[in-house]
Design a protein around this ligand. Structure first.
Ligand code: FES
Ligand SMILES: [Fe+2]
Length: 402
């Protein structure tokens, strides 16, 4: 309780300070212009795919998609890295490259299914659910085949309260360490009891960061969402938290919610989620807006320098038997409507960026989460690999919550 109290109190205090503020806090640095080439150049895009997406923890789905031993699904969102995720006979969820150790064919072709063995659809090499090569047709015709060295190549796979994450970097730090304070903050939402209630994905013709950026500030809500979010939230009553590893948080007071008077015995657990609109970014590209009882996991997957895929995985309270109740369908449609107000804007932004008129991005204090994401991109790529003219100068480290 003590720790929760601290979190609630800290967030509400920070929002009150934001509302009262009439200028940028003393000493806050100017954030240098973000070079436009980071949204348009093929060489930078390749660095992002190689060093960011293929070396970070990314959300690959939910354990409810793999309810029984032997259930599996393909995970193809990481550019150039076909992966299979499977629940083994002990119930452990594992990930492997979907690449047969015989001649490299994809082992499974179906998007999802259930099996006792992962049997390659080309010549029937069969792997058990732990990835070990178990049987090879006409094995006597292979000279010196050592089956124990030809198992499926594993990919790091860890879960957080039902959410499945993978990381292609074998040396990555554990998922919980990577999440840092978000592991604790998400525990307040009851996410482990939520049930998958909808999901879709859509290709958008804009750079993945262009799409993500729209979810890392509320500076735009009065102009882009005047009848929806803009009417429900007050953009100046918002606090932005910069967190380790490029992650960040935004809490915006829900119009009319009382965040002033701390109750005598402290704020109840989870009150930040009831009195503010909370959305966190798990770097590099997962943004999660919460409302009471629901989490909407918005994933931004790079497809090419000028194209991304937006995937939404919705979780909410278990509704029991039968189809999703009408009010829940309506709530999801409402969420999609708001998201669409952002998405409709994106393709025209990319066209405008590509025109050549755009040289760089100038961010204000409210938009500093975007700058923080960029700083982390350079740190993880390795600044020496980033072309000099595309680098972002790190200035925000002193403002990270510890
Ligand atoms: S490529 Fe898989 S069995 Fe031949
Ligand atoms: Fe928006």
């Amino acid at each position: 309780m003590g720790q929760q109290q601290t979190f609630e109190t800290r967030i509400f205090e920070a929002i009150r300070a934001e509302r009262a503020r009439t200028q940028v806090p003393d000493g806050f640095p100017a954030m240098p212009e973000i070079p436009g080439g980071r949204y348009m150049r093929e060489d930078f895009f390749k660095l992002e795919v190689e060093h960011v997406f293929r070396r970070s923890w990314v959300m690959a789905g939910h354990e409810q998609e793999l309810p029984e031993p032997g259930t599996y699904k393909r995970f193809d969102k990481l550019l150039g890295s076909p992966i299979i995720i499977v629940r083994d006979h002990e119930g452990v969820i594992r990930a492997f490259y979907n690449t047969c150790r015989h001649r490299g064919a994809p082992v499974v072709k179906d998007a999802s299914g259930r099996c006792n063995m992962l049997r390659c659809q080309y010549h029937s090499w069969a792997y058990d659910l732990a990835g070990r090569l178990r049987s090879v047709p006409d094995e006597h015709d292979f000279v010196d085949l050592d089956k124990s060295t030809r198992g499926l190549l594993p990919v790091r796979c860890e879960s957080y309260r039902g959410l499945i994450f993978v990381n292609e970097d074998p040396a990555a730090i554990p998922l919980l360490d990577y999440m840092g304070p978000l592991a604790e903050e998400w525990s307040e939402t009851g996410v482990e009891d939520m049930r998958l209630d909808y999901r879709w994905s859509r290709i958008i013709n804009c750079n993945w960061k262009c799409a993500l950026d729209a979810f890392q500030e509320v500076y735009h809500i009065n102009t882009l969402h005047p009848k929806t979010v803009g009417a429900m939230l007050e953009h100046s009553a918002a606090t932005m938290g910069l967190l380790p590893n490029g992650h960040s948080r935004m809490c915006v007071r829900i119009t009319g919610a009382d965040i002033d008077a701390t109750p005598e015995d402290g704020w109840p657990n989870g009150e930040v989620y009831r009195r503010t609109s909370v959305a966190q970014t798990l770097w590099p590209s997962l943004n999660v807006p919460w409302s009471v009882g629901t989490g909407r996991f918005i994933l931004f997957w790079p497809r090419s320098v000028g194209q991304c895929e937006i995937e939404v995985i919705g979780l909410g309270p278990d509704w029991g038997e039968g189809p999703l109740p009408e009010d829940r369908v309506a709530a999801n449609a409402n969420f999609d409507h708001i998201l669409d107000e952002d998405v409709r804007n994106l393709e025209s932004i990319q066209a405008s960026l590509d025109s050549g008129a755009f040289t760089g991005m100038m961010l204000n204090y409210q938009e500093r989460r975007i700058y923080w994401s960029h700083e982390q991109i350079d740190r993880v790529i390795g600044v020496e690999r980033v072309p000099q003219e595309l680098r972002v100068q790190p200035v925000l480290a002193p403002y990270v919550e510890t």
